[in-house]
Design a protein around this ligand. Structure first.
Ligand code: FAD
Length: 382
């Protein structure tokens, strides 16, 4: 086994950013990845000449200029504005909820008309304290938007009726009173021209970094713990401890990808299916992320499903029960001061890519005793 100053578990974004920073600081780094490929869940690969997002659609967006600058060292980004549509029983509605959506729903053309309808719709549902997701949504947008655009999608996404889900899942439903279909509010948004895998490969291309794929840290955990004095672990924190207090819960996804012998299917990268009857939540048409020209097209249907230990963990179920369990693991982790638990699985939270990069950079500056970049100190506004 190669010697190294740092052993990093996971060649996803957190592992790759830290590996790069450590290598730049003159440290030697060994990265172990249990999958046959690098890049973790942002892995993309060419299918029929089209760059396909293998673990769900990934759009890079950030408010953080330091992070935006950082990724540009490793990739050129093509401009992309995420403007998903909702398909409810054959009718298309623009997302996020904005004047285009209100026009499609009610034919209104001014914010005043739209506000008046929302006010009338929500009036019967004003409660002091909504106790579940359904009550919360009805009090914010009223029954029509709720039934057409939220109820079915939420039911499929979480495998539960919205009235059985906690209200905190949708604390806020942004309503935009402008004609603006840009899903994200962030000033920086784009897709790496050559794909995310190429970007991560460039991060990991450094003479001080060795990467071993198809290598599961947990199969030889005790040996690695003895050999390495500094370990960065980006796998599941409960799995590290052999689930001794019980398994943290996730929601999983199944992807069905097809190559179609036609130039286009839906003319948009992302269309959500918001009725209850359609079994998938969305169709991704990959060529639209980078406007790739081709006579063929590749589409992926996303089916949410229950998680168990044989499936990929995608969305943490961040309720009180799981948070309590997670805290037990954090306490246990203090017994391993040479291990830093990072990334989305190590910290059991949903994190966007820019948040993962930011966290890895802040940790790197601290761990490697590098002077904190002014922009990083003030950059995290999320
Ligand atoms: P991962 O990418 O999961 O990397 C962890 C790595 O560790 C994995 O490769 C895993 O195989 C490896 N590993 C685990 N255990 C072991 C072990 N025992 N031994 C060796 N290796 C191990 N973010 C955005 O900003 N924009 C988006 O549009 C967006 N879309 C998303 C869509 C979906 C469906 C999901 C679920 C997430 C989305 N995200 C998006 C979030 C994004 O995927 C994450 O921010 C990012 O992938 C997290 O990187 P990570 O390094 O923390 O984790």
């Amino acid at each position: 086994m190669p010697e190294a100053d740092y052993l990093i578990i996971g060649a996803g974004l957190f592992g790759a950013v830290f590996a790069r920073e450590a290598a730049e600081a003159g440290k030697s780094v060994l990265v172990l990845e249990k999958r046959p490929h690098i890049a973790g869940n942002i892995y993309t690969k060419q299918v029929a000449g089209i760059e396909v997002h293998q673990y769900g659609a990934h759009i890079f967006h950030t408010k953080n200029q330091a992070v935006w600058r950082y990724v540009h060292q490793f990739a050129d980004f093509l401009p992309f504005i995420n403007s998903p549509l909702a398909n409810y029983k054959g009718t298309l509605y623009p997302l996020p909820f904005n004047m285009h959506t209100f026009h499609a729903l009610w034919g209104v053309t001014s914010p005043a008309e739209a506000r008046a309808i929302i006010q009338k719709e929500t009036a019967p549902y004003q409660l002091k304290k909504p106790t579940n997701l359904e009550e919360q949504a009805l009090s914010m947008v009223g029954p029509e938007i709720y039934h057409k655009l939220i109820e079915g999608y939420t039911q499929k996404q979480w495998g539960k009726e919205p009235r059985e889900l906690p209200s905190f899942i949708i604390k806020r439903i942004p309503l935009r009173w402008t004609f603006d279909n840009n899903y994200f509010n962030d000033p920086f948004q784009g897709i790496p021209q050559k794909g995310y895998t190429d970007m991560v490969e460039k991060m990991l291309s450094h003479p001080n970094i060795t990467v071993q794929t198809n290598t599961d840290f947990l199969s030889r955990k005790e040996t690695y713990l003895k050999q390495f004095s500094k370990i960065i672990y980006t796998g599941m924190i409960d799995e590290f401890f052999d689930y001794r207090f019980g398994a943290l819960e996730y929601r999983s996804l199944r992807f069905e990808t097809e190559v179609l012998q036609q130039a286009d299917l839906q003319e948009n990268a992302v269309i959500n299916y918001t009725d209850q009857e359609t079994p998938f939540t969305r169709i991704i048409e990959h060529k639209h992320f980078t406007k790739q020209e081709s006579d063929q097209t590749v589409v992926t249907k996303e089916y949410p499903e229950a998680w168990n230990q044989t499936k990929e963990p995608f969305y943490p179920i961040n309720d009180k029960k799981n948070q309590r369990l997670y805290k037990k693991y954090v306490k246990k982790a203090h017994e391993y001061p040479q291990v830093h638990f990072g990334g989305r699985l190590g910290s059991y939270q949903y994190l966007d890519m820019d948040q993962v990069i930011y966290q890895a950079l802040v940790f790197a500056k601290h761990e490697l005793h590098m002077p904190q970049e002014k922009s990083l100190e003030v950059a995290d506004k999320r």
